[in-house]
Ligand binder design. Structure first.
Ligand SMILES: C[S@@+](CC[C@H](N)C(=O)[O-])C[C@H]1O[C@@H](n2cnc3c(N)ncnc32)[C@H](O)[C@@H]1O
Length: 221
């Protein structure tokens, strides 16, 4: 998988949604085909959103989750953050078509451009495996910083607890440094180390691409 590389000195390397910038138009159809909408719906439900809250979708890509969250609870201030301006342009157009308001912002998970204690909910869907190990840890520390006491992170990605050593995807999990951190219950440990409490895997399902797992971590104080 390749990272984008642009001449903009402010822009760092990142792995785009479909692995390559030119594949971005195929991301949403592929996501739909693989049942991504139901997985995101479950993630949004786990967050138990309430009116007046502020929610952040980190690595929002083409915006499907942020748009759904905004539609579910209209009295919510939703921010979608991603380093990819092309994905954000798609997200903006989709939100306009859906008639929902989301604040789209360019940025990186491990350098969140927000003050301390400014969100009630943070989401991360299918993006954690796009990050290098140090960026993953940086992201979780940043999430713990920007969440208000009582706020929670809801993270969905490939992997989870259990044995992933079999089959093609299992072999890929073990070969890929990006995916290895997602395995064997490591995500809750990383969450705890970053300062989130009561970190746990809430659910896990098999898909044609391998297991996916839902996690939650809370900032209690
Ligand atoms: C597979 S897409 C997931 C998009 C969306 N969350 C979803 O569920 O459809 C992964 C996203 O992570 C973003 N990403 C990659 N590196 C990132 C970073 N360092 N900080 C924030 N987002 C990043 C990519 O640009 C991409 O949009």
């Amino acid at each position: 998988m390749a990272s984008t590389n642009t001449p903009d000195p402010e822009r760092r390397h990142f792995l785009p949604a479909a692995g390559h910038a030119w594949l971005l138009p195929f991301y949403d159809p592929m996501h739909r085909l693989l049942g991504g909408a139901a997985a995101l719906e479950a993630l949004a439900e786990q967050a138990a959103l309430a009116p007046g809250q502020r929610a952040l979708d980190i690595g929002c890509g083409t915006g499907t989750l942020a748009i759904r969250v905004s539609a579910l609870e209209p009295d919510l201030d939703v921010v979608g953050l991603d380093p990819d301006p092309q994905a954000l342009a798609r997200a903006r157009a989709k939100a306009q078509r859906a008639g929902v308001r989301v604040n789209w912002q360019e940025g990186y998970a491990d350098a969140l451009p927000f003050p301390d204690a400014s969100f009630d909910r943070a989401f991360s869907s299918f993006m954690f495996h796009h990050l290098d190990a140090d960026v993953k840890r940086g992201m979780l520390r940043e999430v713990a910083r920007v969440l208000r006491p009582g706020g929670s992170l809801h993270l969905l990605d490939f992997g989870g607890s259990g044995d992933h050593s079999h089959g093609l995807i299992g072999r890929l999990f073990h070969r890929s440094e990006h995916l290895r951190d997602n395995l064997e219950g490591r995500i809750p440990i990383l969450m705890q180390e970053a300062g989130l409490q009561d970190a746990q895997q809430l659910d896990q399902r098999r898909t044609v691409f391998g297991a996916i797992a839902w996690h939650r971590g809370t900032r209690t104080s």
